[in-house]
Design a protein around this ligand. Structure first.
Ligand code: PMP
Length: 439
């Protein structure tokens, strides 16, 4: 009998015993290759002594002090380093405990900004279908994941959703890729005009879509057009890099590759790399100045904001990412992983698309390659794949997504940046075993 709520019961799950490098081990000593870092968390793998030593050293100094009384060296160092590497214009950091908190803070900051600058009529948020921004009510309202939203619909603030930029599913046959990107970006302008030119707070989007669709990058030109539209109508652009940020796509911020400047950007997952729960919401100097020169403080806060131990862990992680060549390794290994996946599954009758950036890769599973028809939901292909990959000793993140109303299945791979080339073969062999059992 387990008292852990809700599903982590001893009856259904093994107990994790330890983790070393790219592997996790259960209580029976079974080894699992951590091919998804949980949900794109463990970018440094497990048991990294630099990070655990940084945590221990901080615990010996002070574990926690509330930010209404003190700042701390780890929080200051982490913020400085994040800003040093952040997208152009990003100047301030708000440190929280995870991704949902970072997105919640982003939404509230965006709204407060317009209140401070005398535009309180701005109240709409626009996001995209097939997106996930967290599970707290504000973040959940923003996300376009229907089954997650459904039970809570009456509690969710109104958010409208436009099309994602999802070439495999959305591009018309006779349409050029660039034109497709412009078409879906222009949906943002149409939605702003529908809601009222000066009534929109923000457009919220993941640069590379994570869990709801399986590592979907934007097409060229999409974000440039999005930025233009945001500028034209004074709408803030909030980029959710909770999953795709912190080096996962081969650059520290995924949006660097799309040459887009966010007003607010959120990161989490890889920032703590699983060693501590932490996230960060970052904004431009302009937004911060409006708050500072207005009411004087951001009307928000959680007890563990700027938690010194979590910040010490994240500073150690970020130092390894930025100063250790690991982000470049992620880009190189990611390209090799893509090649390997293409060779192994590129002609598979049930593989519709293999995509992504860096060590962030998605494989879309379909019943019919030509028509891109997904499997019927009652086949629960993603659940079977999760079971069989786990059985084969590979942790990946298979999910069923909703493809504009239809069910779809994909596998998300997000292995640690410290892996070697030979681990690519291990991932592929184990995936082959699992797929042969399911498909
Ligand atoms: N945004 C994105 C893009 C995510 O992938 C996630 C987590 N899967 C979140 C926000 C929420 O983060 P957390 O689970 O840490 O609250």
């Amino acid at each position: 009998m387990s008292h852990v709520f809700p599903r982590h019961t001893k009856a259904t799950l093994p107990t994790v015993a330890n983790g070393r490098g790219v592997y996790l081990y259960d209580q029976n000593g079974k080894q699992y290759f951590d091919g998804s870092g949980g949900a794109a968390v463990s970018c440094l793998g497990h048991g990294d002594a630099d990070v655990t030593n940084a945590i221990k050293a901080q615990l010996d100094q002070v574990a926690f002090a509330h930010t209404s009384f003190f700042t701390s060296d780890p929080a200051e160092q982490l913020a400085d380093k994040l800003i040093k590497h952040a997208p152009e214009g990003i100047d301030r950091v708000y440190l929280v405990s995870g991704g949902s908190e970072a997105m919640e803070a982003a939404l509230k900051l965006a709204r407060q900004y317009f209140v401070e600058i005398g535009q309180p009529q701005r109240r709409h948020v626009i996001a995209r279908r097939q997106s996930y921004h967290g599970n707290t009510l504000g973040a959940l309202a923003t996300g376009g994941n229907e089954w997650r939203r459904a039970p809570f619909a009456p509690l969710l603030v109104e958010t409208t959703h436009i099309a994602p930029c999802f070439e495999y599913r959305g591009k018309l046959e006779d349409e050029a890729t660039f034109d497709y990107g412009q078409r879906v970006a222009n949906e943002l302008e149409a939605e702003i005009l529908r809601l009222g030119e000066d009534s929109v707070i923000a457009f919220v989007t993941e640069p590379v879509v994570g869990a709801t669709a399986g590592a979907v990058p934007p097409v060229e030109g999409y974000f440039k057009r999005v930025r233009e539209i945001c500028d034209q109508y004074g709408v803030l652009l909030i980029l959710d890099e909770v999953m795709c940020g912190m080096g996962r796509t081969g650059t520290l911020f995924a949006s660097e590759q799309d040459d887009v400047r966010p007003d607010i950007v959120a990161v989490a997952k890889g920032l703590g790399a699983g060693y501590q729960p932490i996230g960060a919401m970052m904004c431009t100097a302009q937004i911060y100045a409006a708050i500072e020169g207005g009411s004087g403080f951001f009307q928000h806060g959680h007890t563990y904001v700027g938690h010194p131990t979590a910040c010490a862990a994240a500073f150690a992680v970020l130092t390894k990412l930025t100063d250790g060549g690991l982000v470049d390794a992620c880009a190189t290994l990611g390209a090799e992983l893509q090649d390997g996946l293409m060779q192994a599954f590129g002609q598979h009758p049930n593989v519709g698309d293999i995509r992504g950036r860096g060590l962030f890769r998605g494989i879309e599973i379909v019943e019919d390659r030509d028509s891109k028809r997904p499997f019927a939901p009652d086949r629960a292909i993603h659940k079977a794949l999760k079971r069989e990959t786990f059985e084969a000793g590979l942790i990946c993140y298979p999910m069923g997504g909703t493809i504009d109303g239809k069910q779809g299945d994909h596998i998300l791979l997000a292995p640690p940046f410290i892996m070697d080339r030979h681990h690519i073969d291990e991932i592929i062999t184990k995936l082959q075993t699992a797929m042969a059992r399911v498909l």
